[in-house]
Design a protein around this ligand. Structure first.
Ligand code: ATP
Length: 297
């Protein structure tokens, strides 16, 4: 018997970053939107914990205990006094180290898959607690849809969405390390007054109304200058998407994936084709949001 869980990637439609706290973390106002790019994690009984991965980016995924899927299985097993005797296979379609929370997605998916396989019957609140222990972005991967994350991003408030948004994602060569992007943010912010991060009312209203044009005007990523500083070539990708008719363009999370909001599915296809032809990215994919969170298939 095995259990497969499908889990979405995310884009941050607002990522407001506060000054570095004494503990090194940053307070965030983080509006997450789940998008229809998915990983699937399959849990099968095995003699010991084992991780395998398939997909175009599989070579960049660690197969040891640092994999968030492995850590999720270990945390759940420890809590219920079990041994994590499970083979977790990750069918990976979310770009690795792309600022789309792929590792977090696999953590949430593995947790749900092991919970179902072992019949632990953990409550939703307990699963969310384990997710928060795994990482700031992991609870959202479980919940999906749209949500505001505050604190380090892990305190979630679900948000209403009034329609479907159309996206194009341009994947860059190589990844960007999230901690390195935050360090660059701190370097660029040194000596400036960093405002306290707050959710944008205009953005929440655009999401609730399902209004793509209004959302385009409200998209904001405070990490974008830092990502562009580390990867100046991303500016050409952003320009190529805007030139092809995107309503708005931004770096996804800590990058280097770039996200383009399109007016409709046809426009999204055209933008994806132009981005590919521009030679400024490795690949371009269309997707829609919101998407449901981690789901047992
Ligand atoms: P975020 O958007 O949450 O900052 P990301 O999308 O930029 O994350 P991930 O794909 O989650 O980045 O990978 C970041 C690093 O985490 C990888 O370089 C890899 O070493 C490690 N990692 C751990 N588990 C996984 C996993 N299941 N899939 C991919 N990377 C993983």
């Amino acid at each position: 018997m095995s259990v497969t869980v499908r889990v979405p990637a995310k884009v941050n439609v607002q990522l407001a970053v506060g000054a570095a706290r004494p503990d090194g973390f940053h307070d965030l106002a983080n509006v997450f939107l789940a998008v229809s790019l998915h990983d699937e994690v399959t849990a099968t009984p095995a003699d010991e914990l084992r991780i395998t991965c398939s997909g175009p980016d599989a070579a960049q995924v660690p197969l040891d205990r640092t994999n968030l899927a492995a850590r999720a299985a270990e945390l759940l097993a420890a809590r219920y006094g079990l041994e994590p005797r499970v083979h977790l296979h990750i069918a990976k379609d979310i770009p690795v180290a792309g600022g789309m929370a792929g590792g977090s997605a696999d953590g949430a998916a593995a947790l749900l898959a092991c919970d179902a396989l072992w019949g632990t019957g953990a409550s939703r609140a307990e699963l969310l607690e384990i997710c928060a222990e795994l990482g700031s972005d992991v609870p959202f991967s479980l919940v999906g849809g749209a949500a505001l994350g505050t604190g380090r991003g892990e305190v979630l408030t679900p948000l209403p969405t009034g329609g479907t948004f159309h996206w194009v994602f341009a994947m860059a060569d190589g990844g960007l390390s999230t901690p390195a992007v935050f360090r660059e943010f701190d370097r660029l912010a040194a000596g400036t007054d960093v405002p306290v991060p707050e959710a944008s009312e205009a953005l929440l209203a655009a999401l609730a109304a399902g209004d793509g044009a209004a959302l385009a005007g409200a998209l904001v990523n405070d990490l974008q200058p830092a990502a562009l500083s580390l990867r100046p070539q991303l500016a050409a990708t952003l320009d190529a998407g805007l030139g092809a008719g995107a309503l708005a363009a931004l770096v996804s999370g800590s990058g280097p994936t770039t996200a383009f909001l399109a007016a409709d599915p046809e426009s999204a296809e055209k933008i994806a084709a132009s981005l590919l032809a521009s030679g400024t990215c490795r690949t371009a994919r269309t997707a829609t949001s919101p998407a449901p969170g981690a789901t047992v298939l």
